[in-house]
Design a protein around this ligand. Structure first.
Ligand code: C5P
Length: 401
């Protein structure tokens, strides 16, 4: 969808500037023409030579060429572009954009831009969280700019948090979708379970797990973005949904999740069971807080009902069921066994032995397994992983219909 599109890529002084090369490569691979405009600080992080080699165009940085005095027109760039993407965008550039401070070529280009502008912030977590940055982003968003939110993860400072520029492929996909959103799930209804479950021990304690819900929420957003109506059943998570195509039911325990999921399944075309459902729940919940008495506390646990298995038994021939398997050993064999036992069409395997995969990471590394194939994928953001899973889901749905 980016074939023939003119993209002005603004690069600012962030360590993430090196990732601009991957953005350029992806844009060009998709048929776009790229013109780089870089700030003086940006050139400290990446050389114009690298950028002009990749784009096959001289990089614009100054108002005029110091050698021959020829004028770089920000106005003509504003007219040439089908879109402007500023990636990485520092807190400083974001602040200047929000307040019309036009002290370099990138900012004058921004102010002259006739085309839609996309901004991918990159900075340290505290700078990103600062009320000034947040207010500036809100201002920019209010002016109609598209903010591509940063991801959470390891930052150049060594700290971990939100501020890392979104994955280059995801950024390019945002642009691609802007020009022609993929609507290959239009009219489909999809059930997604997400997050952990809490099994009550007494009024203050529970058995839970480390699931954040991030993977399930990324899947819900991806399905909704592609036109699906999403019924999401989530355990206790602190995440929010953005797309109005997602209807959310909040539950706490495995039993509540079972009720909600089985209620919705018959009306859906597919279900993705991403939740980390407790396998055992206390046989009885104490009505009052259990006191510290004696040397030991023994809890009796009963198995919960396996939602995946129940849905696998109810599944009609045209419905697609996708499960997850988080394994610590004999990963592939265990996942294949689950695929069969639960009557799934696809299982998404992640291993806790893989660095950056599973709980509490913004990234994941998965292998997609069906009856006939085993397809490993590299480490990616959970949003990019969601795209891979949904691409496969669309294929299976098409095969079945
Ligand atoms: O057997 P295991 O719990 O590893 O299987 C994982 C898959 O089964 C996931 O898709 C998970 O959402 C689902 N599951 C479920 N209900 C349970 C336990 C797991 O739906 N009680």
């Amino acid at each position: 969808m980016l074939e023939g599109k003119h993209i002005v890529l603004g690069i600012t002084g962030s360590i993430a500037a090196y990732k601009a090369c991957l953005i350029i490569r992806s844009l060009i691979r998709r048929g776009a023409e790229v013109q780089v405009v870089i700030t003086p600080a940006g050139k400290e992080f990446i050389t114009p030579l690298t950028l002009s080699t990749l784009t096959q165009k001289p990089v614009v940085s100054e108002f005029f060429d110091r050698r021959d005095g020829s004028w770089n027109s920000h106005v003509s760039l504003g007219l040439w572009a089908d879109a402007m993407l500023i990636a990485p965008a520092t807190a400083s550039t974001i602040g200047k954009m929000a307040h019309g401070i036009a002290d370099n070529m990138l900012l004058t280009t921004y102010l002259s831009m006739k085309a839609p502008v996309f901004v991918a912030p990159a900075m340290d977590l505290d700078m990103y969280a600062h009320p000034t940055t947040q207010a500036n982003l809100k201002t920019l968003s209010g002016y109609g700019n598209h903010i591509i939110e940063p991801a959470s993860g390891q930052l150049a400072s060594g700290l971990e948090g939100k501020g890392r520029m979104e994955d280059p492929e995801t950024i390019v996909q945002v642009l691609d979708d802007f020009f022609a959103p993929t609507k290959d799930l239009d009219g489909r209804r999809i059930l997604i379970t997400a997050g952990p479950t809490y099994e009550k021990i007494d009024p203050v304690r529970f058995i839970g797990n480390y699931s954040s819900g991030h993977m399930g929420f990324a899947l819900a957003e991806e399905c909704a973005r592609r036109g699906a109506h999403v019924e999401m059943v989530c355990g206790p998570v602190s995440m929010t949904t953005k797309n109005p195509g997602i209807v959310r039911t909040d539950v706490e325990s495995a039993a509540e999740m079972y009720e909600a999921a089985t209620q919705h399944f018959s009306e859906t075309d597919a279900a993705i069971l991403c939740a980390a459902v407790a396998d055992f729940t206390p046989a009885a919940t104490a009505q009052t807080k259990i006191k510290r008495e004696g040397d030991q506390l023994t809890l009796t646990l009963n198995p919960t009902r396996d939602i995946a298995r129940a849905l696998g038994e109810q599944k009609r021939a045209e419905q697609v069921l996708v499960g997850f398997a988080l394994e610590t050993d004999h990963e592939q064999a265990h996942a294949q066994e689950k695929l069969r036992k639960k009557n799934l069409d696809l299982i998404v395997l992640n291993s806790l032995r893989d660095e950056g995969a599973g709980f509490r990471h913004a990234t994941n590394k998965v292998t997609l397994i069906d009856e006939h194939s085993v397809t490993p994928f590299p480490l990616k953001t959970k949003e990019a992983v969601a795209r891979d899973i949904v691409n496969r889901l669309v294929q299976i749905l098409d095969e079945k219909h």
